[in-house]
Write a protein that binds this ligand. Sequence first.
Ligand code: DGL
Length: 271
Amino acid sequence: MTIIGVFDSGVGGLSVLQHIRRSLPDARLIYLADSAHVPYGDKSAHYIEQRAITLTRFLIEQGADAIVIACNTATAAAATSLRQHFSCPVIGMEPAVKPAVLATKSGVVGVLATIGTLESARFAALLERYAGDVDIVTQGCPGLVEQVEAGDLHGIRTRDLIERYTAPLLSRGADTLILGCTHYPFLASLIRDIVGTGVTIVDTGEAVARQLQRRLLDEVGLKSDLQLDICRSGFSPATNDELFYTSGDETQASDIMSTLWGSVVNALQLP
Ligand code: DGL
């Protein structure tokens, strides 16, 4: 049995977990929402690093063969340190600059992300590597993560925030928008409604699931269930072998996770 440990500051990483479930239908997935400390976007890199070490240690104690940091902000702050502390594969994620640069026709790409991600050295290095001649316009989005955590995916306040954050990018000529935070895919239909069909929206969830598959094959070895997963990828129904933990309130977390995950979730309290 392959066990994958996945964590985020809150429920946003469920957008990544959906892709992982599709690509590894038979794996056991353990999801950990650090709800007591959400949002990460305005916290210091040191604080997030300490949280990430604690959460990863817990997931490995539960038997995780690999860890997915389903959070751009935590990847920027803690991926290097987690790889130093733990020997299993640690898969991080970052805004999809490379595919967006390939997709843009106007030569302007907008990035919606947390302040923590946008101000990180990792993001600067990503731009240095992939932006080329493309104009990358960034926009921090304070408050948007909280709207998703509250389950407000379509309300007036959420719409106002998205309008406010996308307007400067569109007026600069962006025809491609990067969702650089794992909470934002849950707002994709509202974002689409606001920016219109002419704008390409990209996120990283599917690429992370593919990268996880590759790393499992290379480093964990060919467990029989994993081979099966990969053969059937995309064709098999989910096994529902998922465990959900929260560092916050279990009832509240169960409610919002059930909505976003699409079936009943009984979140357990992180010990
Ligand atoms: N979902 C996270 C990300 O991808 C973190 C959001 C937050 O807690 O600020 O960046």
